[in-house]
Design a protein around this ligand. Structure first.
Ligand SMILES: Nc1ncnc2c1ncn2[C@@H]1O[C@H](C[S@+](CC[C@H]([NH3+])C(=O)[O-])CC(=O)[O-])[C@@H](O)[C@H]1O
Ligand SMILES: O=C(O)C(=O)Cc1ccccc1
Length: 235
């Protein structure tokens, strides 16, 4: 279904409710530049590290498209776990898993309350940005401590620049991208307002610092388009 959520006047904050879930795959494809390529990279790099019976967690799995694709492409059996606290997202995820015949354990839990036992790989694409900064630092520490010694964390985030002028240029370039995807100026500005204080982006350096402070030995950017970046961290 086509995302028309912000065509009408909306006064509430952005929420992952039934309305958003029903158009979510379209929303992501049209709102996150190179979303498909970013997902393919996540899977390509994940497959570099995964062996038979490894456990993979996807934090903020939404409609489970990344885990389904990982399950399809893996030559070994994996223990796939998707976590999200939106029932609307998970009911779609569950239907898609059945339709594709991929076995994924879907957990309706807050990321901050979940345990990540036996994790070889943790994925979290475009989700940490919705966790408040203090909690975010704690969550990263928990992810680090739960990962096996050779564990990997792959995550993507909307990012900002610490240079004000460049940051404004990045935002303008992103809004041009959205216009080219068919969103009107009204939809773009309504969504921007709804995301205010809900989506809290860090700079690349802040993301890397958060990762290294949690104890990871290495972190780098795998992919970046203007203000959207994918990172890989090695325990
Ligand atoms: N505290 C929380 N606990 C659990 N889930 C949460 C929490 N906060 C937000 N979520 C969930 O995180 C997901 C973020 S979307 C991820 C896209 C996906 N990774 C993808 O690659 O397709 C990204 C976006 O919409 O920009 C939503 O499904 C929320 O319900
Ligand atoms: O920042 C924006 O304007 C976005 O649209 C990013 C986004 C994409 C998908 C869900 C929530 C936010």
């Amino acid at each position: 279904m086509v995302d028309k959520i912000f065509e009408k006047s909306i006064k509430k904050q952005f929420e992952f409710d039934e309305d958003v879930a029903s158009v979510f795959d379209d929303m992501l494809n049209r709102s996150i530049p190179f979303y498909k390529q970013m997902q393919e990279l996540t899977i390509d790099f994940a497959l570099n590290y995964l062996k038979e019976a490894d456990t993979v967690y996807d934090l903020g799995c939404s409609t489970a498209s990344t885990l389904i694709e990982l399950g399809k492409q893996s030559n070994v059996d994996l223990n796939l776990v998707g976590i999200d606290n939106s029932s609307a997202m998970l009911s779609r995820a569950s239907k898609k898993c059945k339709a594709f015949g991929i076995d994924i354990k879907l957990k309706n839990e807050d990321l901050l309350d979940t345990s990540y036992d036996d994790a070889k790989l943790v994925i979290s694409n475009y989700t940490l940005q919705f966790i408040r900064p203090l909690q975010r630092e704690k969550l990263i520490k928990k992810i680090h401590d739960s990962l096996k010694d050779d564990g990997i964390f792959i995550f993507s985030e909307k990012v900002i620049s610490s240079n004000k002028v460049l940051n404004k240029q990045c935002i303008d370039t992103y809004y041009d991208f959205k216009k080219k995807q068919g969103y009107s100026e009204f939809e773009i500005s309504q969504k921007r307002e709804a995301l205010e204080n809900v989506l809290i982006p860090y700079t690349d350096d802040e993301n890397k610092k958060m990762i290294l402070d949690a104890g990871f030995s290495h972190c780098e950017v795998l992919f970046k388009w203007v203000n959207f970046a994918t990172f890989i961290a090695i325990k």
